[in-house]
Design a binder for this molecule. Structure first.
Ligand SMILES: O=C(O)COP(=O)(O)O
Ligand SMILES: [Mg+2]
Length: 222
């Protein structure tokens, strides 16, 4: 028996992780002798996983590196971030109450993120959110990641959700492209991390607070 399901992106959607991401990124960049990036720069570079974040930061510094050097920076990034995963990171306002409401209505809940799976679990554990999700899938959970629609459909399957009654909630073009490719409606939050305002990316509905999620889901599943 499958359930209706909400599938959430993590960084910039469920949890405001930017300050911890930028702190780790700057440790790595400074150790490489490159100086740091700003929070605003980092927010515009998140969404395709840690390796792309590092590559984009290097490009912003005009300091592209060979793949094996990026590998070393990535290893350092993962180690530092894993040890400092929830220093400043907190759920966005209204997240827990919204998850409670949808659980009570029989929705399955899942996470589909381009953050590595073990880091996603560690973050959600640290915030006490893990037990709410039937599946927590990260960049390395499947052979593909967002924007490949298979990542979303496999997350739904793993969580026991019904793809015909599924909604993706995300903050970036990556999430909107993924949902569109999977034929699943998408609600965008406008408080996340994206270089382009989500209103310009044509999601089905845009919300500015989790209090508005119920109406948004009712609209897209109608
Ligand atoms: O780690 C990233 O770049 C993005 O993660 P997200 O998919 O949860 O936004
Ligand atoms: Mg995101």
């Amino acid at each position: 028996m499958t359930s209706p399901i909400l599938v959430f992106d993590l960084d910039g959607t469920l949890v405001d992780t930017a300050d911890d991401l930028v702190a780790t990124l700057n440790v790595v960049l400074e150790e490489a002798g490159l100086g740091g990036v700003t929070g605003a720069q980092t927010r515009a570079m998140v969404g395709h996983g840690a390796r792309v974040l590092i590559e984009r930061a290097l490009a912003a510094k005009g300091a592209e590196r060979a793949p094996d050097e990026v590998d070393a920076l990535l290893a350092r990034y993962i180690k530092h971030y894993g040890a400092n995963i929830a220093v400043a990171s907190r759920p966005f306002p209204g997240v827990e109450a919204a998850l409670d409401r949808f659980s009570a209505r029989g929705f399955a809940l899942a996470v589909c993120t381009n953050k590595l799976e073990h880091l996603s679990l560690r973050l959600l554990d640290a915030l006490g959110l893990s037990p709410r999700f039937a599946a927590i899938c990260g960049a390395d959970t499947f052979a593909v990641r967002k924007p490949d629609p298979l990542m979303l459909t496999e997350t739904i399957r793993r969580a026991g959700g019904d793809a015909a009654r599924a909604v993706m909630i995300g903050d970036s073009a990556t999430d909107i492209d993924t949902a569109r490719a999977a034929g699943i409606p998408v609600v965008a939050v406008d408080f996340g991390y994206t270089p382009v305002p989500v209103t310009e990316l044509s999601p089905d509905v845009v919300i500015s607070h989790y209090d508005a999620l119920d109406d948004a889901v009712a609209k897209v599943l109608a």
